[in-house]
Design a protein around this ligand. Sequence first.
Ligand code: UDP
Length: 325
Amino acid sequence: MKVFVTGGAGYIGSITATELLNAGHDVIVYDNLSTGHRDAIPEGARFVRGDLGQPKKLARLLAEERPDAVMHFGAASLVPESVANPAKYYRNNVAYTLNLLHAMLETGVNRIVFSSTAAVYGIPKTIPITEETPTNPINPYGESKLMIEWMLRRFDEAYGMRYAILRYFNAAGALPNRGEHHDPETHLIPLVLQVALGQREHIKIFGTDYPTPDGTAIRDYIHVQDLASAHILALEALDEGSRTYNLGNGQGFSVKQVIETARSVTGHPIPAVEAPRRPGDPPILIASSQRIQRELGWRPRFTSLREIIASAWEWHRTHPNGYRR
Ligand code: UDP
């Protein structure tokens, strides 16, 4: 298939684009490089620098390329930033996705794989979280992604646009030559590894009074390559109907467990200091990904936290400046 990948210069988008090419698909990356990196885009993909805020350009490009499907990674994705600057999230995520969907309608492109998030669930009443768990986001990031999910459902009903909504838990890990590089970095695992590289003095633990065994927040870390394989399965299943899947590895790890594992992987003491909770953070997010396992036969290959952190460490150790030359 020919796949139009928005945000294909970003962390998850570039790794999925790489795996798409490996699986024999054609890839066009559309990215404004605001947070993505030119060097993350795999060789073999056509790259067009552009913004989802440019509807005419999008429609022209889709008309010219006639892709079989869109994979839509391009978005703002930081919970704390969304709390401080909600306008950015409703514009970049909601309004700009509407531009994309509109351009798809105009040009007859009617398949989309969409990057959603566990943040649509807010503070769930039951763990693990299934796709049936009620959605109730507690920050603008989660709200913006949920609004897009609503649009996709209605676009399918009204226009027959087929979607796969993939609700990611915490993406982590790396390929040997592609990994996480955000500026500024806000995610736990890369920050911890920056301490191990001597780029930071300590890691702050945001919240030690959560209702969890060690008092720190629990997340389900899923290897980015397992995310990529789920995208490809979801893409290939789109003709059989629209669907919504959670993507996690089904296990939760606390902030303290992540730091402890990183100490063991890197051999560095990684000093930690306790800090207040970060606004917008739920205490525990653990996925049930039974549905995609049952329906598409997806299996996560990297289930241990150690393996996930070790792959991230390999990338950070060999690329201490990320994609910066
Ligand atoms: N976290 C932390 N210190 C940091 C960064 C993150 O304690 O410097 C915590 C954060 O509060 C959350 C977890 O680590 O409970 C994962 O945060 P991250 O930003 O990696 O992903 P999110 O869950 O927000 O998508």
